[in-house]
Design a binder for this molecule. Structure first.
Ligand code: ATP
Ligand code: LTN
Length: 340
């Protein structure tokens, strides 16, 4: 089936780029911090949304799972409301220019600046038996992703801020060393929900790799599991729904509730004045279930139509490659690679 996707170059709108790794579980944190905003921004920008499978292999992946997760993530993008007629959707490994630009950028990046990256240090600790070069080079591949499409805006969660700073640094470094080539992008980090915390340890980011499954809500969790996880969420002994720096558990639940109801913290405090955590947690769970149920059903429906999904990816790969190769050709020329 023909799946029309508009190429970013076809309009005057600014380009927006983002990606998520197909590493299996996608959490409520990924949704609130990233995906939800992708949907909201798709009319205002020319959006390019990528399934970053090359990033995923920086930690060990089972090949069959990686393949399965890639299509599931594409289906999730669509199920969340990303419109393939408005956005360019593709898989990173389908466009060789990502690895090619990464190589050139590697030669402009110092080992020191990569070894100081917070995510690299965290992941090196978590995967101490597999501190591979890809893990260290992860941010440079991300820089290549963004710069290839001349993106002006990159919607991500707060944990990616440092990687966006490197993106800006490398874009400016290349532009200064050669001549203006790359758009220098801005991060788009939501004011609220940029860092959804673990339901079990509100001092840690909600993460899919948390060994305690009660710490995260997966986008595919059934309603009863979601309800149970919120019921068990760690709060405090004050038993009053009020936000505060000293009350990270309740504040985190309020951020989640705010993301799905559009209410402010003040409104949430009024709504639950004089009521206990039991009521509040049930309301948060209900709001999350109401939002996720239709997404889950739609993802399932889409996954039954592989031909449709393949059509989107085939066309996406072609369009993405055309855009990416345009930038890469400029880079190769300026770098001094012999042109035929
Ligand atoms: P890991 O949990 O293994 O570190 P990750 O979820 O951060 O992985 P990705 O799947 O690539 O890695 O993240 C996709 C997007 O989700 C990024 O924009 C990231 O900033 C955002 N994100 C991830 N976790 C959270 C969170 N807890 N709160 C808000 N945004 C998040
Ligand atoms: N590192 C990102 C995923 C990612 C990304 C990107 C995000 C890879 N390439 C380009 C935005 C733009 C993460 O969220 N862990």
């Amino acid at each position: 089936m023909e799946t029309p996707q508009k190429a970013p170059e076809a309009s005057e709108k600014k380009v927006l780029f983002s990606g998520i790794q197909p590493t299996g579980i996608i959490t409520l944190g990924n949704y609130i911090g990233a995906l939800k905003n992708w949907v909201a921004l798709q009319d205002e920008y020319d959006c390019v949304y990528c399934v970053v499978d090359m990033h995923a292999i920086t930690v060990r992946q089972d090949p069959a799972n990686l393949r399965k997760n890639t299509l599931e993530l594409l289906a999730l993008y669509l199920a969340c409301g990303i419109d393939p007629e408005k956005c360019l959707l593709f898989v990173q490994s389908h466009v060789p220019a990502h690895a090619e630009l990464c190589w050139v950028l590697n030669c402009l990046t110092s080992v020191g600046e990569l070894s100081r990256m917070t995510q690299f240090k965290d992941k090196s600790r978590k995967h101490a038996d597999n501190v591979n070069m890809g893990l260290m080079d992860y941010p440079v591949l991300m820089v290549a992703d963004i710069l290839l499409y001349q993106a002006a805006l990159v919607p991500v969660g707060a944990d990616q801020k440092q990687h966006l700073e490197l993106t800006r640094d490398l874009a400016i470094r290349f532009n200064n060393r050669y001549s203006p080539t790359f758009t220098v992008p801005e991060p788009y980090i939501p004011r609220q929900g940029a860092r959804i915390m673990s339901l079990q340890d509100p001092s840690a980011k909600m993460s899919k790799s948390d060994p305690d499954e009660n710490g995260f809500v997966a986008m595919t969790d059934p309603p009863e599991v979601i309800a149970r996880k919120f019921k068990r969420a760690v709060t405090d002994s004050l038993a009053c729904v009020k936000a505060g720096e000293d009350r990270p558990g309740v504040t985190n639940l309020m951020s989640i509730y705010a993301a799905f109801t559009g209410r402010t913290f003040g409104q949430i405090e009024d709504e639950f004045a004089g009521r206990g955590y039991g009521d509040f947690k049930a309301a948060v769970a209900d709001a999350v279930i109401a939002a996720l149920s239709p997404i889950q059903a739609e993802q399932k429906r889409l996954l039954a139509d592989k031909a449709y999904l393949h059509g989107i990816l085939a066309e996406g790969a072609q369009k993405a490659a055309r855009l990416a190769n345009k930038t890469l050709a400029k880079v190769y020329k300026k770098t001094g690679f012999y042109q035929l």
